[in-house]
Design a protein around this ligand. Sequence first.
Ligand code: NAP
Length: 281
Amino acid sequence: MKNVTLNNGVEMPILGYGVFQIPDYDECKKSVLEALKAGYRSIDTAQAYQNEKAVGDAIKESGIPREEIFVTTKLWISDYGYEAAKKACLSSMEKLQLDYLDLYLLHQPFNDVFGAWRALEDLYKVGKIRAIGVSNFFPDRLVDLIKFNEITPALNQIETHVFYQREEDHKMMEKYGVQHESWAPFAEGQGDLFQNEVLLRIGKKYGKSVAQVSLRWMIQRNIVVIPKSVTPSRIKENIAVFDFELTNEDMMAIAKLDTHKSHFFDHRDPERVEWISTLVR
Ligand code: NAP
């Protein structure tokens, strides 16, 4: 497994396992155990996914030493603000049955972001979290957060896949030393991603699948990937991406697939912000 080094020196696997949309306790625990058995050593969950307990139980049951697994979870907007954020972080750690987190992210750039960020800074300073970061921050919000706070986020997790490549965001994150992490590396299969002819053709040359080519393309751009699957064969397939290399020509052909548009929603769209604001409990 290749690692990336975050801006505070902490190392993180460049490929991990995401557990969004696995709310069922048994399915989530079984899938995380399967992923750990397949060699994944990084798990991405969130308060909002409601499966932190299943993730924690799987980690415990795996018998793998705690320090060998990189665990990320995220704060939901209902608990933004200084005091609420601190409380929610400790509650996530309790569900995960961990006494420290490897990475803790602000899930969305809404509500009292600055209050929440200062709570994360303080939890980081007392050693409860090894690295702190954000998710779904467009460059303007990211630079604002960096310029008016003490600690620069270690990472920004944003929608990134072959159809939405985020080159401008990537450059801005590089400028400030913020690690780029992709969510929905397969666009959840939208845009017929798994049938894409360019990706199929490239995969054929290496005996690799569309999923593997997609992940490899991001890894070669130094983007952290956290593919999700509840299918054991796919869990294994998605980690088998370190034994081939895409050429510059392959990378350029994939670059042409960029639509420069979200396949889910734009966090700058006021109607979407209105919708997300209703998801506060
Ligand atoms: P994704 O990883 O892009 O796609 C998952 C879908 O692809 C599932 O339907 C899965 O099916 C299928 N799949 C996986 N591997 C495959 C393969 N090798 N061949 C064919 N199909 C395959 O979607 P995602 O779960 O939305 O994104 C990944 C992770 O990013 C999440 O789990 C979560 O940790 C994170 N995320 C974060 C945010 C955020 O706001 N920060 C938003 C979304 C996601 P099966 O499961 O049925 O195998």
